[in-house]
Design a protein around this ligand. Sequence first.
Ligand SMILES: *Cc1c(COP(=O)(O)O)cnc(C)c1O
Length: 403
Amino acid sequence: MSEHFSVERGLFDDVMVPNYAPAAVIPVRGQGSRVWDQQDKEYIDFAGGIAVSALGHCHPALVGALKEQGEKLWHLSNVLTNEPALRLAKKLVDNTFAEKVYFCNSGAEANEAALKLARRWALEVHGEEKSQIIAFKQGFHGRTFFTVTVGGQTAYSDGFGPKPGNIDHAEYNNLDSFKALISDKTCAVMIEPLQGEGGIISPTTEFIQGVSDLCKQHNALLIFDEVQTGVGRLGELYGYMDLNVTPDILTTAKGLGGGFPIGAMLTTTVIAEHLKVGTHGSTYGGNPLACAVAEAVLDTVNTPDILAGVKAKANLYVASLKAINTKYDVFSEIRGKGLLIGAVLNDKYQGQAKAFLNAAMEEGVMVLVAGASVIRFAPSLIIPDEDIALGLARFEKAVASLA
Ligand SMILES: *Cc1c(COP(=O)(O)O)cnc(C)c1O
C-alpha cells in the first residue's frame, strides 16, 4: 500500500514546479456540476476544468465505461490496435467530414500532429517552397514549442530561444490582414472557429468564409482547432458544422474525454496518406482506457436533446448575465456561442477579471477568465437549470461585492 498523508495547499509551493499559481483551496470530489473542497465547502462549477468536463463530474456513463474498460485492458502501445480506439475512430468519422483519425493525449499534441502533417503534405505534394503557416493574433493552440509559436501571443512563446520558422500571424476577423499574408507559399492556416483563450471572439461569417475561400485559392490546408469548441460546446457536435465551412484537418481534445486525457486529429484520406508508417506517433495515443471513456462521451453528447439543451442553457446564461448587468453595470457585452460564454468587463473594470473570479470562488461558484478583462463560462453541457440559477445567484453576490 502506498502511504497516504494529509496535504495542504502549502505543499504545492514546496514540491511543484512554479509554472502554475493554483487557488488556496483543494477540491476533493465532484458530482454533476458541483464540487467540494477539503473543508467540504460546495462550489457550483461553471468552469468545467476549462471546457473539459463536458458532462460534469463523475457522469455514470463515463464512470461505467472507465470501470468496465479498467477491468479489461488498459494499455497495449501502437504495435497493436484495440477495440475502443477503432470504435471511437469509426464514430468520429461517421459524424464528421473526416475519413481518418489520429489519436494522442492532449490538444497541443493534436495540433502538433496537424501542423507536422500539413508541412509534410506540402513538402511532398508541392515542394519545399510551400512551408508558411498562418495563424491569428490572440489565438491559442497549446504549449509545445511548435504550437505555442503558432499561437498568437508572443508572451507565451518568447524566452525559449530560437522558434520554429515561417509562421505568420494575421488579425482575427480582419480579412485584409489575412489576404496580405497568404500566397501559394502558404502551407496551412490554423484557426479557432471561435477564439477561446483570446477572449471568446466569434468569427464573422464574411471572415471565416473568406479565410476558407483564400485557402482553396492558394492550395493551403485549413486547420480548425476545435480543442475548446468541439464536442457539443457550441451547440453542434463541432463548431464548423454551423459555419458553412469545412476544414481539411480538425483537432479535438478537452471535452472529448470529459476529463480523461485524450486528443485527436481528424482529416481526409488523401491528406492522411502523408503520415506514413513511422513518420509520427505517441506511446499513449489511442490508449483503450481513454478511448472507451471518449466513446461514452461522444455517444452521450451527440444527441439532438443534449445539443438543443446546450442552446437553451446558453440562452438562460445570457439572459441572467444581462439582468445582473442591468443592476450593476459591469459588462460592456455578453458574447460567445453555446456554453462558451464571455462577459466582457466595461471600461471601469478593465483588467479585473481575476478579481471577479476570486470573489466568485469566495461565494461558491467557479468561473474562468479569458484574458484580463473577460469572465468566461464553460460549464457542463448538461448542467441542471437549478444549478445555473444557484451559481448565477452566487455570481451576482460576487459582482455586488466588487461593483
Ligand atoms: C486548451 C487548448 C489547446 C491546448 O490543449 P492542451 O490539452 O492543454 O494541450 C489548444 N487549442 C485550443 C483552442 C485550446 O483551447
